[in-house]
Design a protein around this ligand. Structure first.
Ligand SMILES: NC(=O)c1ccc[n+]([C@@H]2O[C@H](COP(=O)([O-])OP(=O)(O)OC[C@H]3O[C@@H](n4cnc5c(N)ncnc54)[C@H](O)[C@@H]3O)[C@@H](O)[C@H]2O)c1
Ligand SMILES: [Zn+2]
Length: 429
């Protein structure tokens, strides 16, 4: 009995000392965090974390080494959360928490000029861009790299193919890239998806940074870790989940993007607002949309962040981000390139919305200069939907919005989806 209370007293004493030490540690963590915010550095530093975990191990007896590692991990994870919470007070930084795959997203005008201090570019970097992206953006990143290797591909969805994938891997191999080097995408969703996939595969995966330059990429595709290429015209059939290490979204680069691309990208923000955040939707309805770009990008990213954190691999909640996409993809294929992705998503949302929501949505689409009625051949749209990779089964998980700001998932057989689509067409015409 005495032995027990003696041991307990030691534990109590140790806990007291540990609390004091912990406070000392957290005070230092706070200083580090404030320094990082002030200098625009990323919160999470993976190499530092690895070195912390291997420190002081020689003093620990073998029996306890594993427990000690667990203890350190929890200390580090708490510190990281604390840093992130403090950094978040500065609204330009959004932290995405995915354990050891966590990363930060900065949304800030002019941040492209600070790329070198925000991302670890003091190594070989494969900079991937396309010939529609003004060359000065990739050049600005290259100027901040120790050893840049820039590949400029042809613009357009067709570039997201095996040939380009092979070219990127070959370029890295010939330049003797190692596992410690990195890939930087400077472009829209096409470049991000392709470059990210190359990063995920080269030497079983190297660091990937994303510098999105279209509205669609800044709002949606650059975060979440879905990377892919198309195979024989089938969209996104070969890919991986590969999270970036950092995402740099500089709204200033959108100045050179044409209005059509800008509006199409914003359709994805409308999508997120309808499913998750009515007050964001109200900005589209009542606000000065183009004057509120930064806020729209930031708030869309906050929505996507929360969704991805809860469902990284799209087994549930993340499916909501497919709102408008099932019919939208069908329209995109049926239109054979006449309409761009965001425009098709805009149209694809219409049949999946209640008539009340649809009326509001149409006004917003008009305001954005997006199409509001489906002119594609309905039979072609249906045929294309049957081919979609997400429809491997006899039906789809449809996302429906009855009230702005909320959604429900509904399993539909293809014939049910098609009759819903027909009904909508009948009503609309
Ligand atoms: N990974 C994901 O989660 C995800 C999500 C949505 C979409 N996507 C993918 O994203 C792709 C579409 O992306 P997108 O809409 O960005 O298209 P995109 O990458 O083709 O870019 C559109 C056009 O804009 C040009 N451009 C890019 N930045 C510019 C700038 N700042 N100024 C002027 N022109 C510029 C490009 O050269 C291109 O011609 C599709 O392949 C889609 O599958 C991926
Ligand atoms: Zn989309």
């Amino acid at each position: 009995m005495d032995k027990l209370s003696e041991a307990r007293a030691v534990i109590n004493e140790a806990d007291r000392e540990m609390a004091a030490l912990w406070l000392k540690r957290m005070a230092a963590v706070r200083d580090v965090s404030d320094y990082k915010v002030e200098h625009g550095l990323p919160v999470v530093d993976a190499s530092r974390e690895a070195s912390l975990l291997s420190k002081n191990l020689e003093d620990i007896p073998p029996e306890l080494k594993g427990y000690y590692a667990d203890f350190l991990k929890s200390v580090i994870s708490v510190s990281k959360q604390y840093q992130r919470d403090r950094a978040l007070r500065e609204k330009n930084v959004i932290g995405l928490s995915l354990g050891d795959r966590s990363y930060d997203i900065i949304v800030e005008r002019g941040s492209l000029g600070r790329a070198g201090s925000l991302m670890a570019l003091n190594r070989k970097a494969l900079i991937v861009t396309d010939d529609g992206v003004p060359a000065q953006y990739a050049a600005a990143v290259a100027a901040q790299c120790a050893e840049p290797h820039t590949v400029t591909l042809k613009q357009g969805e067709a570039t997201k193919n095996l040939e380009s994938f092979r070219l990127l891997l070959k370029t890295m191999l010939e330049a003797r890239f190692t596992r410690k080097d990195c890939v930087v995408a400077v472009g829209g969703g096409v470049i991000g998806d392709l470059a990210g996939f190359a990063a995920s595969a080269y030497m079983r995966g190297i660091d990937f940074y994303n510098v999105p330059t279209t509205a669609l990429a800044q709002i949606d595709s650059s975060i979440g870790g879905k990377v892919a290429i198309d195979l024989d015209g089938y969209k996104n059939t070969v890919g991986a989940f590969w999270q970036p290490r950092f995402v740099l979204a500089d709204p200033d680069v959108l100045i050179t993007l044409d209005r059509r691309q800008l509006s199409a990208g914003l359709a994805e923000a409308v999508k997120m607002s309808l499913c998750f955040d009515e007050s964001l939707f109200e900005i589209f309805e009542e606000g000065d949309i183009y004057g509120s770009l930064d806020e729209i990008i930031r708030r869309s990213l906050l929505i996507k962040k929360a969704v991805v954190e809860q469902d990284e691999r799209e087994s549930g909640l993340r499916q909501a981000l497919n709102f408008g996409h099932t019919i939208g993809h069908g329209i995109e294929t049926a239109e054979g390139g006449r309409l761009i992705h965001g425009e098709c998503v805009a149209l694809g949302m219409l049949p999946m919305s209640s008539s009340k929501v649809r009326q509001r949505l149409i006004k917003v689409l008009e305001k954005l200069g997006l199409p509001t009625s489906i002119t594609a051949d309905p039979e072609k749209v249906k045929e294309a939907m049957l081919h979609d990779k997400k429809s491997a089964q006899s039906g789809v998980t449809a996302v429906k919005v009855d009230e702005a700001g909320s959604f429900r998932l509904e399993k539909l057989e293809f014939n049910e989806l098609f009759s819903l689509f027909d009904e909508y067409l009948k009503e609309a015409n």
